[in-house]
Design a protein around this ligand. Sequence first.
Ligand code: NAD
Length: 283
Amino acid sequence: MDTASLTGKELAAAINADTKQRAAARTAHGPAPRLALVVATDDPASAWYVNSLRKAAERLGIACDRIDLGADATAEQIRAELGARSADPAVDAIMLQTPLPEGVALDDVSSSIAAAKDVDGVSPLSLGLLASGLDGFVPATSEAVVELLKHHRIPLRGRHVAVVGRSNIVGKPLAQLLLAEDATVTVCHSRTADLAAITSTAEIVVAAAGRAGLVTGKHVADGAVVIDVGTNEAADGGIVGDVEAESVRGKASALSPVPGGIGPVTTALLMRHVVDAAEKAAN
Ligand code: NAD
């Protein structure tokens, strides 16, 4: 079977073109939409990601401040920074980069991000709104999965989707978004007894575990669609996904590449959320 490549570049370009126009329209009457990126890590992969977000913002006409708290910042310092940016009317959007310093959990600090500025949907309020089917910001990576499937005209209604990963920022919100699209969702995780037995019954498999090569040909039914959310550091310094592409290609009907699949769509959606937040603040 031919396995189509579900690239995200075309979709990301379309989202970015719209975001750029909307950012320019705002800037014509006032300040540019402004994102505060709060960083409390010296992780090199994180630094690379933050830099790529800053460049993306710059290309789209979005102002982006990097606030570096250092890798030994305390939960109290992070909460204070998030609270100050939440109260600052010049800031439209806030993103807290992970990983956080050792001993600080996202849940310890995320509620200090005002929901109206929580463009990556990480706060308990944003996640609760999503679970209740109410309006709020949705985590960009989870949204990217649904948008990429729609872009490639892969129907979700009534289909069985297996999500591998149950984190608060990817797996769980993705399950909620898929339910809202009328899919039947199974969420698998590190304690799932027989992963392949479950994923091989699904029509769509989403790998979001952060384990290189976890999902192989034996995890996937003939003709299934596979979305690879994973970004793991490869031995050569590049990035690889959670899917072992060699054994899945030829079996799946479609597979999203890493890099070039979910990644560019995630960044594009995050930037769209910044402009959404700026527009809402002005109304
Ligand atoms: P996480 O470590 O918080 O969560 C991983 C999840 O995978 C957990 O729920 C765990 O139970 C599950 N898991 C781990 N090992 C497993 C196994 N052997 N079998 C089944 N389930 C297993 O990670 P996260 O923050 O949710 O991120 C997941 C992946 O997505 C990472 O590779 C991350 O880099 C990537 N990511 C990509 C983007 C993007 O824009 N492309 C954005 C965010 C995260």
